[in-house]
Design a protein around this ligand. Structure first.
Ligand SMILES: Nc1ncnc2c1ncn2[C@@H]1O[C@H](COP(=O)(O)OP(=O)(O)O)[C@@H](O)[C@H]1O
Ligand SMILES: [Mg+2]
Length: 382
């Protein structure tokens, strides 16, 4: 099974399993791209909500590329992990650095510099030291940065796409920032916005509470699991590209991945690794089931810490609910309540809280409960 021709450029490795993948490697998502394209054309704001590692950033990068081909300027702001105003202004400056040839962008950078913020430009990167600027200065700079999309559109004549990724972290940076953002961007003319986030509940709070500044302001878009059959076809093409022969193991692993984009790629990556290493499949020649088992073991090892961290903050009832769902049983049955000496209501609440948090448990129409991460499901069944 070992292939001596196993060479690829790292940038184009077909089973990349962390961070966004290049658009040419994106599986499916044509409908979502079309919807995003149409919405941009109409300047309809979109809010994209999906669990972590479900392919939001990948899709948005493909969208930015597509509108870029028709003469748009695309700016992706990564709000992930920001904790204060300085972090927000830094994220915006970094996002705009690629459009420095536009006058308004250079003006905003000069303001940042004058405010004593240390805007040192090394290549396209900006490091903005927050220490020397007062919070009010960052406020002024923020207004300027938030106004940029409209000003750049006006001064260049190009429509602008602004993607605010990990948008839920905006509120971590400071209370009322959503209201300030809204106040500025509601007057923008030739600008299309996409708000993307990995905590559906938080995003929902920002857009669905009546008193929230963005209430009713954006059309919702969610990401479904990848379609199994076309994913199998694509994955098998990629193994062929790597000159590897996975037999039936690839299809079996894609099915076990249940359409979870990152988990599917991780499983394929681990399979490719097994197939590449001399005797990586130790004694499994031609036995797809044995090979699949080995890869699952690898995958559960790789995800052990992440799963432990995800389970750690959960209540006892929430853990019971996940266990029941993992075993294909209803998490709110009278039988379970009797066995555990608790009320059905308390399990229902636990399940609802998990669905609201958006990372572990989802409810499909039915109502049927489903673990978002197929590897966590397998772990809980062991
Ligand atoms: N459409 C897709 N096709 C193939 N792999 C995908 C796709 N979407 C996501 N992935 C996989 O999931 C991983 C995480 O994708 P990413 O776009 O960073 O997700 P998110 O932004 O939702 O956290 C990627 O490294 C890749 O392995
Ligand atoms: Mg992302």
């Amino acid at each position: 099974m070992y292939s001596s021709n196993y060479t690829f450029s790292v940038a184009d490795y077909p089973f990349k399993h962390a961070g966004p993948v290049p658009s040419a490697r994106m599986i499916d998502r044509e409908d979502e791209l079309r919807l995003l394209g149409r919405a941009a054309g109409e300047r309809t704001p979109i809010r994209l909500a999906a669990p972590r590692r479900y392919g939001k950033t990948t899709l948005l990068a493909a969208h930015a590329e597509a509108v870029g081909r028709s003469g748009w300027r695309a700016v992706r702001v990564d709000l992930g992990g920001i904790s204060d105003l300085a972090g927000l202004t830094r994220a915006l400056l970094v996002a705009w650095a690629g459009h420095r040839e536009a006058g308004p962008v250079r003006r905003a950078e000069r303001l940042a510099g004058r405010l004593g913020a240390d805007v040192s430009l090394t290549g396209p990167r900006i490091t903005l030291a927050p220490a020397r600027a007062e919070p009010s200065d960052h406020g002024r700079l923020l207004e300027e940065l938030l106004a940029l999309p409209d000003e750049v559109a006006k001064s260049t004549g190009d429509p602008v796409l602004v993607v605010l990724d990990e948008f839920q972290d905006l509120l971590v940076a400071g209370p009322g920032l959503d209201a300030r953002l809204r106040a500025v961007i509601q007057h923008h003319q030739d600008v299309a916005y996409v708000f993307a986030g990995s905590e559906p509940s938080m995003l929902a709070r920002m857009f669905e509470r009546h008193e929230a500044p963005f209430f009713g302001q954006a059309e919702p878009l969610t990401l479904s699991p990848l379609p199994i059959e076309s994913t199998i076809d694509e994955v098998e093409r990629r193994f062929a590209e790597l000159e590897l022969s996975p037999g039936d193991a690839a299809a079996a692993l894609v099915e076990l991945g249940e359409g979870h984009p990152q988990r599917t790629m991780l499983l394929c990556h681990l399979l490719a690794r097994r197939l590449t290493e001399p005797d990586g499949g130790a004694g499994t020649e031609g036995d797809a089931d044995a090979l699949v088992d080995l890869v699952l073991q690898d995958a559960l090892e790789q995800t052990a810490e992440i799963h432990a961290a995800a389970l750690a903050p959960l209540t006892r009832n929430q853990r019971i609910v996940l266990g029941e769902v993992a075993h294909g049983r209803a998490p709110t049955s009278a039988d379970l309540a009797a066995r555990q000496g608790a009320t059905r209501g308390s399990f229902h609440q636990a399940a609802e809280a998990l669905v609201t948090a958006g990372q572990l448990l989802a409810r499909d129409p039915g109502p049927r409960w489903r673990l978002i991460d197929p590897l966590l499901r397998l772990r809980l069944r062991r």
